[in-house]
Design a protein around this ligand. Structure first.
Ligand code: PEP
Ligand code: MG
Length: 353
C-alpha cells in the first residue's frame, strides 16, 4: 500500500509506475519546501521587489514562538477568544494585559501585533455572558455588536487591558474590531477606545501612549463603503472567511453549502478590490487575514488586487512567500483583473493554475 501524505490518496498494491509517480511527487514537494525555507528571514516581496508584509494569525500567546520561527513579520490577527472560553466568569483586566503584553514583547517594537477584540457570538457562544438565544446567530449580536448592549463593559475592559499591555511592553498596540457594519460602528469604536484610555488616566494606570485602531472588513456593507470607513481608522483588515459567508449567504458552518464558501468567487474579489482601492486612496495598507491569504493562489490574486499585507497560519508562510517571489506585480495585476471579470470561482482557479 502507498499513501500520498499530502492529499490522503491511498493506493492499494501500487504498480511500479504508480510508485514512481508518488515518489516523484514527494521529491518535487520536498524541493519546493527546501526552496521556500531558503527564503525564510527575507521580507515578503514579488519577483520585482514589491513588498508585501507576511504576517501570522495566532490564537493564543503560545503560538507566538512558532510564528516567529516561521519568519512572520508580525501578527495580523491575534484572536482573543481563548481568553473568554472554557471558564465560568470573564477574564480580569490584569490577566488579559499580561497575556497581550507577552505577545507584544515577543514581537518587539518593529513587528506589529494586531489584537482583535473578542469575536464572541455567531458560533462562539459564551454561557456566562447570558446572551439571549437568536434565530440567526451569524446575523445577530456578534463581535463588535457586543458594544450595543450590557456586554459593552466587556469590550471596555478588553481595551483597557490592551492599553495596559502596551504600557507594560513599551509598544503601541494595534487593535481591531470584528463585525463592523457601518460608519456609526467605527465612530463608536473610536469613542470606546478614547473612553478606555481616559479611564486609565483617571486611575493613573500605566498605559500605551495611544492605540492604533482598525476594523475588519467582513460584512459586505463595510466593503461597499470602505472609502467612507477608511478616514476614521488607522488600518483595515479583510476577514475573507466571513466576507465570503455573508456575500454568498452561505453559513460557514454548514458543510452542505461547502461549494458556495469559496473566497475566490468574483463577487468576493470585487469587494476586496473596493476595499484595497479605498485603503490606497486613504494612504493605508489593507490586509487580508482570512484563509484566502494562506492559499498561494489566493495570495497572488490578493496582491494583484492591491492588498498590501497577508496574514495567515504560520505553517503557510513559506509557501506563500515562495509563490510571491516567483511572480511580478504586473503579472499579478493582470491575473487579478481577469479574475475580477470571471464568471465563477472555478474559472478564477483555472486562470491562476
Ligand atoms: C475571517 O472572518 O476571515 C476572520 C479572519 O475571522 P474569523 O475566521 O475568526 O471569523
Ligand atoms: Mg471573521
Amino acid at each position: 500500500m502507498a499513501v500520498d501524505g499530502e492529499t490522503g490518496e491511498v493506493v492499494i498494491q501500487p504498480s511500479d509506475e504508480e510508485r514512481q509517480e508518488l515518489a516523484g511527487r514527494r521529491a518535487s514537494r520536498e524541493a519546493a519546501r527546501l526552496a521556500a525555507r531558503t527564503l525564510r528571514g527575507k521580507p515578503g516581496a514579488t519577483a520585482d521587489g514589491h513588498q508585501v508584509a507576511l504576517l501570522a494569525n495566532i490564537g493564543r500567546p503560545a503560538d507566538a514562538a512558532a510564528a516567529i520561527q516561521a519568519g512572520a513579520e508580525g501578527v495580523g490577527l491575534f484572536r482573543t477568544e481563548f481568553m473568554f472560553m472554557g471558564r465560568a466568569i470573564p477574564p480580569g483586566e490584569a490577566e488579559q494585559a499580561d497575556a497581550y503584553a507577552s505577545v507584544l514583547s515577543a514581537f518587539g517594537p518593529d513587528r506589529p501585533v494586531v489584537i482583535r477584540l473578542a469575536d464572541i457570538g455567531g458560533d462562539k457562544g459564551i454561557p456566562y455572558l447570558g446572551l439571549a438565544p437568536e434565530e440567526n446567530p451569524f446575523l445577530g449580536v456578534r463581535g463588535w455588536r457586543l458594544a450595543y448592549g450590557e456586554t459593552r463593559s466587556l469590550l471596555i475592559t478588553q481595551l483597557r487591558a490592551i492599553a495596559r499591555a502596551g504600557g507594560l511592553a513599551g509598544i503601541v498596540p494595534h487593535v481591531m474590531a470584528p463585525m463592523v457594519a457601518t460608519v456609526e460602528d467605527v465612530i463608536d469604536l473610536r469613542e470606546l477606545v478614547a473612553e478606555a484610555l481616559r479611564s486609565l488616566d483617571d486611575e493613573a494606570e500605566r498605559r500605551a501612549e495611544r492605540i492604533k485602531t482598525g476594523i475588519m472588513i467582513e460584512i459586505p456593507s463595510a466593503a461597499l463603503i470602505a472609502d467612507r470607513m477608511a478616514p476614521h481608522v488607522d488600518f483595515m483588515s479583510i476577514g475573507s472567511n466571513d466576507l465570503t459567508q455573508y456575500t454568498l449567504a452561505a453559513d460557514r458552518t454548514n458543510a452542505r453549502l461547502g461549494d458556495l464558501q469559496d473566497a475566490l468567487h468574483p463577487a468576493v474579489l470585487g469587494l476586496i478590490r473596493m476595499t484595497a482601492e479605498a485603503g490606497s486612496q486613504a494612504g493605508m495598507p489593507v490586509a487580508v487575514c482570512g484563509e484566502l491569504a494562506s492559499d498561494p493562489v489566493g495570495a497572488l490574486i490578493l496582491v494583484g488586487l492591491g492588498v498590501g499585507e497577508l496574514s495567515m497560519e504560520a505553517a503557510s508562510l513559506d509557501a506563500v512567500r515562495l509563490a510571491l517571489h516567483g511572480a511580478s506585480l504586473d503579472k499579478l495585476r493582470e491575473l487579478a483583473m481577469r479574475a475580477l471579470h470571471a464568471e465563477t470561482a472555478a474559472e478564477v482557479r483555472e486562470l491562476a493554475s
